[in-house]
Design a protein. Sequence first.
Length: 273
Amino acid sequence: MNKGVRYVVLRINKKLFMLILIALLLFIGLWAIGFINHFSVTVSTTVSNWGLKFNEEGAPPMGNAGKEFLKKYNAYYVGDPDEKCIYLTFDAGFENGNTPKILDTLKAHDVKAAFFLVGHYLEEEPDLVRRMVEEGHIVGNHTYHHPDMSLISDKEAFAKELTSLEELFKEITGQEMPKYYRPPQGKFSEENLRMADELGYKTIFWSLAYVDWYRDKQPTKEYAFSKLIPRIHPGAVVLLHSTSDTNGQILDELLTKWKDLGYSFKTLDDLTK
């Protein structure tokens, strides 16, 4: 083979190699995109326990479902990371004698909160429910029976847990129940989020909580502050249990400490507008 022919062959082989390489890279890129999409869908449909990962003190944590994914279904767990405000929420399955003091403290600090309540609470404590409403707090839907909602795939059964509580709330207060829903124990599925959204609800998770719900194993004041002060962050949706004796005792000091750090308080209406 003479020199000229060899040169042409080499050029052709080089072009062919480059075309094959480009095609291969394109194939790998498309495969990677497909894998990532499949992975994200798989994660979003199998998540059933709300969880958080704190990477930096004073910064919002990462949820095990992202803000953009949640937003598709009008679900939230944190607010604006550039705004030093707190959205204070309480969960209550029963009354443990702390709510009147909590309401007194909120009133003294001019802080409006959200109380996520279940059917038993509304049945047993209608006067406290009315007081919450009269003092400007949001009463949210924590379902009637507090089941694991991630196990409910039937839309009618899912809706019944929410609408039954709505009806009782209206009987007690004469008002429509605000359309805020918190899954019991933070257990959920993507289908749950979709069904809640279709029912007109905004699902509210949280970005800060601590172990305060064991009735016979209440945390100390020092332990509570060690979790609730360093981890507070801009846009925090704070979950406390009003059944906690510790929370009833520390709330005045806690709100003062947060205010001293430069935080103000907003409502879920502000978070979701």
